[in-house]
Design a protein around this ligand. Structure first.
Ligand code: SF4
Length: 366
């Protein structure tokens, strides 16, 4: 349960110590451990060079778990080769139906597999997958989507409701538990934001396994970002969710940026520089919109990313420092000039055209 759980718990009452921790490669998730950002490659997994390049870019961008589609045995070779490269993020093989691919991925050194045991046929096949995972301590992620529910469940509920999604996921969980396997992560996703939230809230109450959360088929960058902020954000505010994916019809690198921004916005990732800026109003006498854009695009990338600071960019000296009382440092606009303030106290007055350089120098000295 993340730090919001106590403050913002809306009646979901699981005891913190009872959630399960799962290890994925070198990464541990669950039970209040940091929420991790994941994404998925969109290169053809058979194209090793292209996939390697994208995996390396995702890894460098801070993607903490990288999933790849493994549609056949040939693609397993990519997993095998990738595991010989220097990649910090654990790799997850996304497999549909074919238990032999799952076993082969385990042998190839993958860190987690995503497969639904209810979809792979006989119990014997499930046992073979479980044995391969157990031997190498590889967790299994069960992933249920609104679009791929079992016919019986769909018939029972009439549509992919929150209850239907949860029941489907728990059915797959039961199969693994019956085989004595509990190294499990679950995801239930829907493209409907409210269903997604309700389904995960339900599942959270019914199981202690780590949950991977996200709104599936969330759309383009603009809508996908918004749907994910509402869907993933609401759940994280409840203390629900151990890994997240901001699913976008876009470059996967953007999913990582948006995922990290989302955690940042919720205060779940306090590393880096966080900018607060006022909306501007009739009191604004400097070009604040332009200053904020320039600070974000030109200055911020050059600042030390390991530093944790809140920087306020405010439009006026009347309310600026007061409104940004929580900020470590900031500016407040006047006519052709701006005040520099630290912790709400004014420390100097500088020309508008120099204020970003001066602010940046101060930040570097903090
Ligand atoms: S800080 Fe000043 S300029 Fe910005 S919105 Fe508030 S009152 Fe307006």
């Amino acid at each position: 349960m993340n730090k919001y759980a106590n403050a913002m718990n809306n009646g979901i009452n699981m005891q913190e110590n009872k959630r399960k921790v799962v290890q994925i490669g070198t990464l541990r998730i669950g039970n209040g451990l940091p929420v991790r950002v994941q994404s998925m490659t969109n290169t053809d997994t058979h194209d090793y060079e292209a996939t390697l390049k994208q995996v390396q870019s995702l890894d460098k961008a801070g993607c903490e778990i990288i999933r790849l589609a493994v549609p056949d045995m040939e693609a397993v070779e990519t997993i095998r080769q990738l595991k010989n490269e220097k990649i910090a993020a654990p790799l997850v093989a996304d497999i549909h139906f074919d238990y032999k691919i799952a076993v082969a991925c385990c042998e190839a050194g993958v860190d987690k597999i995503r497969i639904n045991p209810g979809n792979i046929g006989s119990r014997q096949r499930v046992r073979e997958v479980v044995a391969a995972c157990r031997e190498r301590k590889i967790p299994i992620r069960i992933g249920v989507n609104g679009g791929s529910l079992e016919k019986e469940i769909l018939h029972k509920y009439g549509s992919p409701t929150a209850e239907a999604l949860a029941e489907s996921a728990l059915g797959h969980v039961r199969i693994l538990e019956e085989e004595g396997f509990d190294d499990i992560v679950i995801s239930i996703k829907s493209s409907d934001v409210r269903t997604c939230i309700a389904a995960n809230r339900l599942l959270y109450k019914m199981t202690a396994y780590p949950l991977h959360i996200g709104v599936t088929e969330a759309g383009s960058v603009t809508m996908g970002r918004l749907r994910s902020a509402v869907g993933i954000g609401s759940l994280l505010c409840d203390g629900i969710g151990d890994t997240i994916r901001v699913s976008l019809t876009a470059d996967p690198l953007l999913e990582v940026t948006e995922g990290k921004n989302l955690l940042h916005a919720l205060g779940l990732d306090q590393s880096g520089i966080s900018i607060v800026s006022c909306p501007t109003c009739g009191r604004t006498k400097i070009e604040l919109i332009e200053l904020v854009e320039r600070f974000e695009n030109e200055y911020l990338p050059k600042l030390n990313p390991s530093r944790s600071l809140k920087v306020a960019l405010m439009g006026c000296a009347v309310n600026g420092p007061g409104e940004a009382r929580e900020a470590d440092i900031g500016i407040a606009g006047g006519i052709g000039e701006a005040l520099l303030f630290k912790k709400g106290q004014i420390v100097g007055k500088y020309p508008e055209e120099k204020i970003l350089d001066i602010l940046t120098n101060e930040i570097n000295q903090m």
